[in-house]
Design a protein around this ligand. Structure first.
Ligand code: MOS
Length: 708
C-alpha cells in the first residue's frame, strides 16, 4: 500500500514533543558567548556619540561593538539578488555608518558571558543623535509608483486589460469601496536566533531560516568569503510564516560579533526586536471598484493598492493579483503604489499580497451580491474564470467549483435569506459568509540524494526546511513509495548547506520542488542497484558495498510557461455577534481546497487549520499599534498584539477536493500552505455583515468598530 495519500503521523513528532528536536538557538558550541542588541530610539537621523564605557565595565561583558569600532565589511554585490529580497533598494548594512533609518534599528551589539549580562549591559550604552524629521505617517496622497525593477519582479505599478474605467462608468451595478488592513507581524513562537562560530576563515551558522542556501550566499558576500567557507545549519524551524525568508541583519551581527571576540556568539532576538528586525506585513489600503451586469457578470474590476515600505527598500506584494486572476472579466485595471516610511522593511507574511488582495476583492464581491440580491456563491460561480485571463493561459488544473460545492455542503449553506440581521438566536445575531481563495503554485529547481544502507534502511538528504507543515513526514512518504520501503525504514535529513541544494521553503513550493527531487533521487538509486534487486540488503552485499547513493536534480520544464498553476479554495464561516455588546465569535469555519494531490491528509489538514486560524487572527485580532509620533509599534509583545488562542477557535475543518495536477509536476501536488489563509478574513467580514448589516472595511473587525 502506498505511503503517499495516507495520514502518516509526523515522523518528527516524538522529537518535537520530547524536546530532542534542536532549533537554531539550542546548539551549544564550546565557549559560547551571548549577544544583545542596542537599537535606535529615533526613527531618522544620525548617531552623534556613543558612550559604551559603563557597558564595557559591566559584569561578564566581552565587547561592545558599534559603527565606531566595527570593521568595514566588504558587502560584496551578489551576481543575482536573492529571490526573497526586494528587487530594488539596498538591504540594511550593520554598523557601517552613523545613519538611522527607523526606530529599533540595530546600532550596536554587546557580547557577554550570559544573555542576562549582555541585555543588562546593552541598556547602559548611551547614545546621542542628530534627529531628523521622520516619515512615520501613512499618507496615501504621497504614494509613489514602484521602480522599474520592482514593477518587473514584484508587483507592476499598473496592469490593464480592456477598458476598466469606461466599463465601470457604463456598468448596470457598481461597488466602489476602500479596504484597509494594518501592519501585522509574524509572531512565530520560536524567536529568531543565530549562533555563529568561526574556525579560521570558515564560518558555521546555526540559524533560524527558511532557506539555508540563501543565508550562506548572503553572509559569504557580506564578509567577502567563498560560499564554500560558510555552512548554515537549520534542522528545525518553530514557525516563521515568511519571517525567516531573508538573511536579516542579526545574522550578520552574530558572525561579526563572533569574529570580534574570537568565540562562538549567539544572538536571540527579543520578542520586541521581532517587531523591528524581521519584517512585517505592510499596512495596505485598497480601493476596489466593481462593475457588473444585472445577472452578476463582472464587466469592470479596478484595484488600487497603496502599501507602506521602508525608505531603503521596496517590498512589493502581488496585492493586485486576486483582482486580475480570480474571476473572468474583460476589463481590469490594477495599480500599486508605495508610501515610503521610516520603518524597517516589510516582508512576505502568510500569503503576501494574495491574502490582502483577497480581503478587498472578496468583500467587494459580497457587497455586489448584496446589491444584486444574489447568493454570493452563485455570483462567484457565474464569474468563474475558465482560464487565467491575466496571464492568458489555460489552468493546469482548476477544481474551484468543486471547492464551492464541497464546502457549502459541509457547512450547510442555505441561501434562504440575504437580508442582514435575518438570523438570530436571542440577543445573538448570526451571519453566514464565504469567500474564494487563490494562491499561485510555484516550482523551482531542487536536488536531493538518496542512499541505501546495509541495514535495509534508506537516508534521504536535501537542504530544504520544515517550518512546521510536515516536510520531514511528506518527504519520507514520497521516498518510501519510490523505494518501495515502509515509512519507518526511511530517514530524511534536511536543513544543512552540506546537503543537496533546495529552493526557499516559502511560496508554498516545497513539495512541488523538493518532493519531485526526492522522488527522482530514489528512482535513480534503485536503477543504480539494478532493476531486479528484490532485497536492498542482499543487492548491496552482491555489489560488495555497504551503501549506495544517487543524487537527482529536478526542475520544472516549459509547463510553467504554457499553463497557469494555482491552488484554489472556498471558505465558509459562521459569525455570531452580540447585538448589544458587539462581541464577535466565529463558531464555525469550513474550507475546501484544491491543492493537487494530497501527500498526507493528516498534516495537510493540520496545516490548513493553522492557516485558517491565522485568517481568524487577521480578521478579528491582529494589529500593530503604530505610533506615528515615534515611528514605533507600541504593542510589540504577545500580551498586547493579539493572536487567536484555543478559546477563540471552535469548529474548524479543512476538506480536500479530488485533484491531481500531473500537468504541473510528476507528483501532482500544487502546494499547500498559503492558500489556507486566503479568503478567511473576507469570509468573516462578510458573515459579520450578514449578521449585523454593518460593513466594516478595516481589519481587524473589533467591538469598537462594530459599535462605532
Ligand atoms: Mo511564505 S510568506 O513564502 O514563508
Amino acid at each position: 500500500m502506498s505511503a503517499v495519500g495516507r495520514p502518516v503521523d509526523r515522523v518528527d513528532g516524538r522529537a518535537k514533543v520530547t524536546g530532542t528536536a534542536r532549533y537554531a538557538g539550542e546548539f551549544a558550541p564550546p565557549r559560547l558567548a551571548h549577544a544583545a542588541l542596542v537599537t535606535s530610539t529615533i526613527a531618522r537621523g544620525s548617531i552623534l556619540t556613543i558612550d559604551a564605557a559603563a557597558a564595557e565595565k559591566s559584569a561578564g561583558v566581552l565587547a561592545v561593538i558599534t559603527h565606531v569600532n566595527a570593521p568595514r565589511l566588504p558587502y560584496r554585490r551578489m551576481k543575482e539578488r536573492p529571490a526573497v529580497d526586494p528587487p530594488s533598494g539596498e538591504a540594511l548594512r550593520v554598523f557601517q555608518d552613523a545613519d538611522v533609518l527607523f526606530s529599533g534599528q540595530p546600532i550596536g551589539v554587546v557580547v557577554a558571558e550570559t544573555v542576562a549580562q549582555a541585555r543588562h549591559a546593552a541598556r547602559l550604552v548611551r547614545v546621542t543623535y542628530d534627529e531628523a524629521r521622520a516619515r512615520t505617517v501613512f499618507e496615501p496622497d504621497r504614494a509613489t509608483p514602484p521602480s522599474e525593477a520592482t514593477a518587473e519582479d514584484g508587483e507592476p505599478g499598473e496592469t490593464r486589460r480592456g477598458h476598466a474605467v469606461r466599463a465601470l462608468d457604463e456598468a448596470d451595478v457598481r461597488v466602489d469601496a476602500t479596504y484597509v488592513h494594518p501592519r501585522e507581524h509574524h509572531n512565530a513562537i520560536e524567536p529568531h536566533a543565530t549562533i555563529a562560530a568561526w574556525e579560521g576563515d570558515r564560518l558555521t551558522l546555526w540559524d533560524k531560516t527558511q532557506w539555508v542556501g540563501n543565508t550562506r550566499a548572503v553572509i559569504a558576500h557580506v564578509f567577502g568569503l567563498p560560499e564554500e567557507h560558510v555552512r548554515v545549519v537549520s534542522p528545525f524551524v518553530g514557525g516563521a510564516f515568511g519571517s525567516a525568508l531573508r538573511a536579516w541583519p542579526h545574522v550578520t551581527i552574530a558572525a561579526l560579533a563572533a569574529r570580534h571576540v574570537g568565540r562562538p556568539v549567539r544572538v536571540e532576538l527579543t520578542r520586541r526586536e521581532c517587531y523591528t528586525s524581521i519584517g512585517c506585513r505592510p499596512h495596505t489600503e485598497q480601493r476596489v471598484a466593481l462593475g457588473a451586469r444585472r445577472d452578476g457578470r463582472l464587466t469592470a474590476v479596478v484595484h488600487e493598492a497603496t502599501a507602506q515600505t521602508s525608505v531603503y527598500e521596496e517590498h512589493a506584494e502581488e496585492t493586485g493579483n486576486p483582482a486580475r486572476t480570480t474571476y473572468a472579466c474583460p476589463n481590469v485595471l490594477t495599480r500599486y503604489r508605495f508610501v515610503r516610511m521610516n520603518t524597517n522593511t516589510p516582508t512576505s507574511m502568510r500569503a503576501p499580497g494574495h491574502v490582502s488582495g483577497a480581503f478587498a476583492i472578496e468583500c467587494a464581491m459580497d457587497e455586489l451580491a448584496v446589491q444584486l440580491g444574489m447568493d454570493p456563491v452563485e455570483l462567484r460561480v457565474r464569474n468563474r474564470a475558465d482560464r487565467d485571463e491575466a496571464q492568458d493561459r489555460p489552468w493546469s488544473s482548476n477544481e474551484l467549483l468543486a471547492c464551492y460545492r464541497t464546502a457549502a455542503e459541509r457547512f450547510g449553506w442555505a441561501p434562504s435569506s440575504w437580508h442582514p440581521r435575518s438570523l438570530r438566536d436571542g440577543s445573538i445575531l448570526i451571519g453566514h459568509g464565504m469567500a474564494t481563495a487563490i494562491y499561485p503554485a510555484h516550482r523551482s529547481a531542487a536536488s536531493a540524494s538518496a542512499t541505501l544502507l546495509a541495514d535495509g534502511t534508506a537516508l534521504v538528504r536535501t537542504a530544504a526546511s520544515d517550518m512546521g507543515p510536515g516536510t520531514y513526514t511528506a518527504l519520507t512518504q514520497v521516498a518510501a513509495d519510490a523505494l518501495d520501503l515502509p515509512v519507518d525504514r526511511v530517514r530524511v535529513e534536511i536543513g544543512d548547506t552540506d546537503m543537496p541544494k533546495a529552493p526557499v521553503h516559502g511560496g508554498s513550493m516545497t513539495m512541488a520542488s523538493v518532493g519531485n527531487a526526492v522522488h527522482t533521487a530514489c528512482e535513480n538509486v534503485r536503477r543504480k542497484l539494478g532493476a531486479n534487486a528484490r532485497s536492498y540488503v542482499e543487492a548491496l552485499r552482491d555489489h560488495g558495498v555497504d551503501r549506495l547513493e544517487a543524487i537527482a536534480d529536478a526542475e520544472p520544464g516549459d509547463e510553467t510557461e504554457r499553463f497557469s498553476s494555482y491552488a484554489f479554495g472556498a471558505v465558509f464561516v459562521e459569525a455570531r455577534v452580540d447585538a448589544d455588546l458587539g462581541v464577535i465569535r466565529v463558531p464555525r469555519m469550513i474550507g475546501a481546497y484544491d491543492v493537487g494531490r494530497v501527500v498526507n491528509p493528516k498534516t495537510a489538514r493540520s496545516q490548513c487549520i493553522g492557516g485558517m486560524v491565522g485568517g481568524l487572527g487577521m480578521a478579528l485580532l491582529e494589529r500593530a499599534d503604530w505610533d506615528a509620533r515615534f515611528g514605533r509599534v507600541m504593542n510589540a509583545n504577545l500580551a498586547e498584539y493579539l493572536v487567536p488562542v484555543n478559546a477563540d477557535v471552535v469548529e474548524v475543518d479543512a476538506l480536500f477536493v479530488p485533484s491531481d495536477d500531473r500537468c504541473f509536476n510528476p507528483l501532482g501536488v500544487k502546494g499547500l500552505a498559503e492558500i489556507a489563509i486566503c479568503g478567511v478574513a473576507p469570509a468573516i467580514a462578510n458573515a459579520i455583515h450578514h449578521a449585523t448589516g454593518r460593513r466594516v472595511r478595516e481589519l481587524p473587525i473589533t467591538v469598537e468598530k462594530l459599535l462605532a
